[in-house]
Design a protein around this ligand. Structure first.
Ligand code: CP
Ligand code: NVA
Length: 307
């Protein structure tokens, strides 16, 4: 099996140093400031980015397509159903073939191991656009949003995660470990994050699992949540609705947070389930900046990996 050099790809936040992640955030902020200036550099002129999607997407697809174009690269949308991968062509063969055409690959899929196989067998940088285990591009954009809104050194913030111990929760755990900030999670019983991701974070920083959303949010700067049923969990929607009742970010939860605390959600959101309309459409919400920041921080990532 070919070796996997994790620094040549962006598979999980845990693979990169804090300095390199900080640099992406700073460059993202700079690219945001300079967007649309005449004569913007196109460091990826003449290159192509393959984008494989085995799941739906609005933000990831559009932000990567627009971002790649702005850097001068041509994005190719490759729905899994429409390429031979969906008819059983091995990932390793797909990786080797695509690497002969494109200069980088972004993939959204189910298994983290499939993403890693693509990176192992290909010879171009691979970016994780969401797997069942991690969503690193999203949390990088979330950290950029926290930096912009709170103006703080990220090691000094505190974050509450309410709800499912899913791919987003895992990436927040990775981020807490890298930046050294405090993370408190309130997850229903049986829906806690994977033990290995939790333990790895606990070796680096303070991570607490508590019972109630308000307890998790007490005194924190960032309150964040995600859908009760992720892509792939469609068969468990009813069961999850019962289990997650009460794990909702509402006005009381935000009230428990620190003064000036912000609310983040990767989107898409279900108002009335994991968050009330009052919160997501209210003054503490930064979800539109958060969605926008995907574009800027991913441009920094594309330039770093493909430039
Ligand atoms: N947050 C996020 O990744 O959104 P999409 O599923 O629309 O890409
Ligand atoms: N946890 C969600 C995130 C969507 C962007 C999912 O995997 O569906």
């Amino acid at each position: 099996m070919p070796e996997l050099n994790r620094q040549e790809h962006f598979l999980a936040l845990a693979d990169w140093s804090r300095d390199r992640l900080e640099e992406m955030i700073e460059r993202g902020i700079e690219l945001k400031r300079r967007r649309g200036e005449p004569g913007a550099e196109q460091p990826l002129a003449g290159q192509s980015l393959g984008m494989i999607f085995a799941k739906s997407s609005t933000r990831t697809r559009v932000s990567f397509e627009v971002g790649a174009s702005e850097l001068g690269a041509s994005p190719l949308f490759l729905s899994k159903q429409d390429i031979q991968l969906g008819r059983g062509e091995p990932i390793s063969d797909t990786a080797r073939v695509l690497s002969r055409y494109v200069h980088g690959i972004m993939i959204r899929t189910f298994e983290q191991s499939d993403l890693e196989e693509l990176a192992r067998y290909g010879s171009v940088p691979v970016i994780n656009g969401l797997t069942d285990r991690f969503h690193p591009c999203q949390v990088l954009a979330d950290l950029m949003t926290a930096r912009e809104s709170l103006g703080a050194d990220l090691s000094g913030i505190s974050v509450a995660w309410i709800g499912d111990g899913n791919n987003m929760a895992h990436s927040w755990l990775n981020a807490a470990a890298r930046f050294g900030f405090r993370l408190r999670l309130a997850c229903p019983e049986g829906y806690e994050p994977d033990g290995d991701v939790l333990e790895a974070a606990r070796e680096e920083t303070v991570v607490e699992l508590v019972g109630e959303p308000e307890e998790a949010a007490s005194g924190v700067n960032v309150v964040t949540t995600d859908v009760w049923a992720s892509m792939g969990d469609e068969g468990e929607v009813q069961e999850r609705r019962r289990a997650f009742e009460g794990y909702r970010v509402d006005g009381d939860v935000m009230q428990a947070a620190a003064e000036g605390a912000i609310f983040l959600h990767c989107l898409p959101a279900h108002r009335g389930e994991e968050v009330t309309a009052e919160v997501i459409d209210g003054p503490a919400s930064r979800v539109w900046d958060e969605a926008e920041n995907r574009l800027h921080v991913q441009k920094a990532l594309l330039a770093e990996l493909m430039g």
